[in-house]
Each structure stands twice: as C-alpha cells, then as structure tokens.
Design a protein around this ligand. Structure first.
Ligand code: URP
Ligand code: ZN
Ligand code: ZN
Length: 479
C-alpha cells in the first residue's frame, strides 16, 4: 500500500520545505524532490497546501461512563470525527471506580476501544489508593504501555484524589518513570460552593461557573505543582483555563521545574457569558469543568502558548446530548460535565491562532501534535515527518473554509460549542497509517483500523530529573 503526496510544503514543529513524501505500508518511506513513483502508488496533489504531522489529542473521553450516563461519542464515531478534523491519534482515559482494579478497568477500556478508527493510547486515572493500586500501576507501565497517570482533584464523592493519594501516586510515578497528570480544581471548595448556591436557589447552568471560580483552579494547580516539586516528579496539568493556574505554571517553570500545561480551544475563545443564555439547553450545552471563563483569562492563555509555558492543545472531548444534559434541569451540579471538540480543535486553533498572527505554523504543529508526542514518549513515531515515522499526516488547505455546526459535524452529539463560527484553514485530506481516511469531505474511517499505542516509560524529562535527584541525594553526617 503506497501513497505519494506531491508538491506540498512540509511543515514540522521546526522547519518548512517543499518536498514529495512517500508513504509505504503505514510508514513514511522517503522525503525528497521529484521522488520516483512506485508501481501502483496513489498520488495526492498537495500543491498550495501544507503537509503536517497528524494531530494528537492528548485528552479525550470516548463513551465515558460519567455522572449517571455515558458519553455519546464512542471510540469509532469519536475517532472518525477526529480524522475529519485532522487528528490521527488520541490519548483517552481509563477511569476505574474507587476500589476497582486498575487492570480490570484497563481491559474494559481496551475492549471498548477496539473499534477505534485512529490510533489510541490511555492515561489511567488513580481514583483510590492501596498497595494493589501501586502494584497495578507497575504492571500497567511494564506490560501495557501506560506512561501517565491522571489525578482528578475535583469530583468529590466520586473520583476525586485527595492529597494522600496524590502524594503516594506521584511518588510511585517517579519510581516507574511515568508522568503524573492532574485535573486541577479544589474539589472540596467546588462541593461547598455547589451546596451553597443550591441553597440560595441558584439551580441553573449560570451557577456552574460560580461554583468553580478561577482561584479554585489556581489553588489546586499550585498544590499539584508543589507536590511534584517536593517529590521531584514532572507534572502535566490538563485543561488549564485560568490566569491563576497559568501563573503557577509560569512561576514553577521559571524556577526550572518541569511542569507542562494543556489548553483547550474552547477556553481560548469562549467566555462565561454562555452560561447566562436564556435557553436552558443552550446554557447547559456549555457545561464542562473547568468552565469557560471571563475574557481576561483567554488573553492570558494565548500568552501562555506564545511564551512556551503552555505546551499542548486538547479537546477533553466528552459529548453529552441535550437529553443527557437534562438530568440537571433542576440542579446544575447534576448536568453531565463535558463538551465536544475533536473535529474542530485544529481548524479553530489555526484560524484563531495562525491567521491572527498569534502563532507561527511551527508552533501550531508543536501545539497540536509534536509536544504531546514528546511529553508522552510517542516521538518520533508520532508528531514528526521523517523517514520511519508513522504515516499519520494532514494536508492543510490554508484557504479552505468551514462553518462549524452540529448539523454538519461528524461528532455524535447535537450541540457544538463553536456553532456558527467560520474558520479559514481546514484539513483537505487526512492520512492515517498511510491510508487516505478523509478526502475533501469524504470520510473513509474504518472501525477497528486504529491500533493501541504502547508508550514506553521514562520520557526524556526523567533523564534530567534523575541527574538532579542524584545531585541532591541527602547525605548523613558521619559522627
Ligand atoms: O467537564 C469535563 N471536563 N468532563 C470530562 C471529565 C473531566 O473533567 O475531564
Ligand atoms: Zn478534567
Ligand atoms: Zn477530561
């Protein structure tokens, strides 16, 4: 199976140049000028377009059982929508129930994900703590290609990890060469504010952002970062939405601490006025955590991307239809938290970031693909255009336009947070494992074509950290 992309401008996180790219049997086999075309090779004309590494979305929740329902996009429909948007790999989350075996949960998620149309990996959430959890973390790393563990600092009485769990799990991550990641919101404060607001008669979606104000995220970000600092681990903060959290990341990084931040296009572009929409279902459609924020936070997040203090873009793709959101009609705290976005992430970031001059094309590639591949040890198999890398590519038409709508998107959900936004710069073609899976509006996703991505332990950051730890090893006083 071979495919040649002719005459495009190759754009990576560090350079751009004109070349033909030959993909054979799922890998990039040659890059160069006027390459010979093997017999039977399909040719794709890339002139006037950019050829970039396929997007990697490091934060999705396909068919997640959550808040009494199940996210409506499954591993096939969700990854297919991702391919339509130029995203060729996801890292989803295994979220065991408290007291559930991590391995048991992992195998359930592996089963559900077999129908994925694109490649996929898993972070595993630590929702409780015991010796068994510590052992199973070891087995997940050694035998199952997991190199990151997620900690929800929110969702009290459900999956929240308290400080003792954070400390034990971060320490275990260090032993295993795995990256601890956090959803940074102070779950105690959120719970307290939810009860208080409900008692005041605030039952609608407009209470959602009030129950999760920016300082609630800032406090948790600070706590997670300080725990990581004390133990000598890296830490990755998912869906950073506030200036407060970004300030914590920036401060820690300025002191040399390896802290990574992820941002969602929605948090860059949508403000909290959506929760006051007069139509309940529309307001509820935007309910996700952390919530959309006042405008000043958006400008701060853009500056975080520009300054290199935020590293990845994700979607937190977690779809719920209007009837599912309706579970919280009389109590905002019961509205299933989550919004969609896997199909729109890249085009929205290009339009709002590259077209506006906020980001270079190279930064765009780093933020949508390469940085995630590096942080989670998939590089250069993913996130790169080089000989031997997976042939996961997106051919980008910088002049193409699309008006985003739930009526036309491929995501299995009846709401789109970017409804009506017209973006310029769209994926004309997506190539997954060397196969054309999206071609000028024709989605050719195949259930089960996606492969499970084993991610080796010890991403490169651990090399620095282990030398640092060696240097700082405590020495007893000889008496
Ligand atoms: O609202 C959200 N983000 N739902 C999915 C779970 C999470 O917190 O990531
Ligand atoms: Zn979260
Ligand atoms: Zn999430």
């Amino acid at each position: 199976m071979s495919l040649m992309i002719r005459g495009a401008t190759v754009v990576t996180h560090e350079e751009s140049y004109s070349a033909d790219v030959l993909c054979v049997d799922g890998r990039i086999q040659a890059i160069g000028q006027n390459l010979d075309v093997p017999a039977g090779c399909e040719i794709l004309d890339g002139s006037g377009q950019y050829l970039m590494p396929g997007g990697i979305d490091p934060h999705t929740h396909m068919q997640l059982p959550f808040m009494g329902t199940v996210a409506s996009d499954d591993f096939f429909t969700g990854t297919a929508a991702g391919l339509a948007g130029g995203t060729t790999s996801i890292i989803d989350f295994v979220i065991p129930n408290p007291q559930q075996s991590l391995l048991e949960a992992f195998h359930s998620w592996r089963g559900w994900a077999e129908k994925s149309a694109s490649d996929y990996g898993f972070h595993v959430a630590i929702t409780w703590w015991s010796e068994q959890v510590a052992e199973e973390m070891g087995e997940l790393v050694a035998k199952h290609g997991v190199n990151s563990f997620k900690h929800f600092m929110a969702y009290k009485n459900a999956i929240m990890a308290a400080d003792d769990t954070l400390v034990a799990s971060f320490e275990r991550c260090l032993q295993l060469g795995a990256v601890p990641t956090v959803h940074a919101e102070n779950g105690e404060l959120v719970y307290h504010l939810q009860q208080k607001l409900l008692a005041q008669g605030m039952t609608g979606p407009e209470a959602h952002p009030l129950s999760r104000p920016p300082q609630v995220e800032g406090e948790a970000a600070s706590r997670a970062i300080r725990i990581a600092e004390t133990l000598g681990t890296p830490v990755y903060l998912v869906h950073v939405s506030t200036r407060e959290a970004l300030d914590e990341i920036t401060y820690a990084r300025a002191k040399g601490q390896p802290v990574y931040g992820e941002v969602l296009p929605g948090h860059l572009l949508i403000d909290d006025s959506v929760y006051r929409h007069p139509d309940w279902s529309t307001a509820a459609g935007y309910v996700m955590s952390p919530p959309f924020r006042p405008r000043e936070h958006q400008e701060a997040l853009w500056r975080g991307l520009q300054s290199g203090n935020l590293h990845t873009t994700a979607t937190d793709h977690c779809c719920f239809c209007a009837d599912q959101k309706g579970a919280g009609r009389n109590d905002f705290s019961r509205i299933p938290n989550g919004t969609a976005g896997i199909e729109d992430r890249m085009a929205v970031l290009w339009d709002a970031g590259v077209n506006s001059g906020r980001l270079s094309m190279h930064e765009f590639v780093a933020l949508t693909s390469t940085n995630t591949a590096k942080i989670f040890n998939l590089f250069p198999r993913k996130g790169a255009i080089r000989v031997g890398a997976d042939a996961d590519l997106v051919l980008w038409d910088p002049q193409g336009t699309r008006t985003i709508s739930a009526k036309t998107h491929h995501q299995r959900v009846d709401f789109n947070i970017f409804e009506g936004r017209t973006v310029r710069g769209i994926p004309s073609h997506t190539i997954s494992q060397g196969r054309l899976v999206w071609a000028d509006g024709d989605l050719r996703a195949e259930a089960g074509a996606g492969r499970y991505l084993e991610r080796p332990a010890y991403p490169s950051v651990f090399e620095v950290l282990s030398r640092r730890a060696e240097h700082q090893r405590p020495t007893p006083v000889e008496r």
